[in-house]
Ligand binder design. Structure first.
Ligand SMILES: C[S@@+](CC[C@H](N)C(=O)[O-])C[C@H]1O[C@@H](n2cnc3c(N)ncnc32)[C@H](O)[C@@H]1O
Length: 365
């Protein structure tokens, strides 16, 4: 395969969302037909663990869809110990990871196999921490934070007591330097750098991003034990610290459930809005749109929402996340797509992926 035909390396290799919130919101059953944005593939896998009738996973970035193929094949064909080593969550030699990858050749499409052969270094390192987004945490943020607050974070990730965690955060970490760093560090330019994809139509609607991030960090350190928070650990430690703190899709229970699922999975590489415009009526009952709002302009997002009542079965469920943009349900659609205010409030409080606003709605067709 020629170099120019190879899709860009993946941006997202593991989840930065809280699948537990999504599962509470969507209440997926084996009758459901799910439309899901692929992203890092982790949410697709969490939904798959609920064994719906079928899942259509869509992403315009081919690499993200290849990653989904690879993750499904690895879960279905490796033991749990092998899987964690293959993904890079636990120790394994590069040679062994490559051997496992080769053993999955017939379980993924030829395109996906060629893609990962081209990016073989990432497979050998363990693909889960190798997205361009994740490398920012692994190579920059985590070493930087540990240089400044290594001792404090070590203690924080060990404690089982939320009061002790609050004491460490508010008394030992959240001083003038931390506040300055968060307020000035979380800028539009940094996020543009992290979300560096030429196809994204990113809109920045949070006025004071630094202040917003400080508030959400204060909330998360006061509410959720770091020890069990996979995404916080990924950001601060550049990895998951053990089997007690895995993302939902990678827990032993989800692993078993995914292996037993007979769900039909269709993987589509195309623009989500264009896809929704051509899908037949009442095709889906569940819509999991991730934080696609960070990549789509408001007019395009509204175009997408306007298709959902047609695509949805009666009482369809929708969830998505807002981060730097604030794409809400427009008034013109509010009868057909009804935000579940109580559920949003409840999940926004308990959600462990602290930077997002979680939106949950019921769709009447
Ligand atoms: C912001 S990322 C979300 C990653 C996510 N937080 C996770 O944990 O997996 C959204 C994903 O949507 C895809 N995407 C964005 N806009 C899209 C569009 N218009 N059509 C299809 N996929 C799109 C991106 O390629 C990316 O993989």
């Amino acid at each position: 395969m020629k170099e120019k035909q190879i899709a860009d390396w993946i941006l997202y290799s593991t989840c930065d969302e809280d699948a537990y919130s999504e599962l509470k919101a969507l209440k997926v059953s084996n009758e459901d037909e799910v439309l899901c944005v692929t992203g890092s593939a982790c949410r697709v896998l969490s939904l798959l663990a609920e064994k719906p009738k079928n899942i259509t996973a869509i992403d315009f970035a081919a690499g993200q869809n290849y990653l989904l193929e690879l993750k499904i094949a690895a879960i279905k064909n490796l033991t749990y110990d092998q899987l964690l080593g293959f993904f890079g969550v636990e120790q394994m030699s590069k040679e062994q990871r490559w051997k496992y990858f080769i053993s999955l050749k017939d379980k993924i499409t030829d395109e996906a196999f060629q893609y990962f052969c081209y990016y073989c270094k990432e497979i050998k390192e363990g693909v889960l921490y190798r997205g361009r987004h994740e490398k920012f945490y692994v190579y920059f943020l985590s070493p930087f934070l540990h240089f400044l607050y290594g001792k404090e974070f070590k203690e924080m990730f060990e404690t089982e007591c939320i009061e002790r965690q609050k004491e460490i955060y508010f008394k030992k970490i959240r001083g003038p330097f931390w506040r300055l760093m968060i307020k000035k560090g979380f800028s539009k330019w940094l996020l543009k750098g992290i979300l560096n994809n030429k196809d994204y139509e990113t809109e920045f609607e949070v006025g004071d991003l630094g202040n917003y991030m400080l508030k959400t960090l204060d909330h998360t350190f006061s509410t959720h034990l770091a020890k069990y928070n996979d995404w916080l650990s990924m950001m601060i430690n550049g990895r998951y610290l053990g089997r007690h703190a895995m993302p939902h899709f990678l827990s032993k229970d989800s692993y078993e459930s995914i292996r037993n699922a007979n769900t039909k999975i269709e993987i589509i590489t195309m623009d989500l809005v264009d896809y929704c415009k051509k899908v037949k009526n009442e095709r889906f009952s569940v819509f999991s749109l991730s934080d696609v709002s960070s990549c789509i302009s408001k007019p395009r997002f509204n175009e997408l929402l306007s298709q959902l009542p047609r695509l949805s079965r009666s009482r369809g469920r929708l969830c998505y996340r807002n981060f730097i943009s604030r794409h809400k349900i427009p008034n013109a659609l509010s009868q057909k797509i009804q935000i579940d205010v109580d559920m949003c409030n409840q999940l926004n409080h308990s959600d462990r992926a602290f930077s997002y606003q979680f939106e949950v709605a019921l769709i009447n067709n």
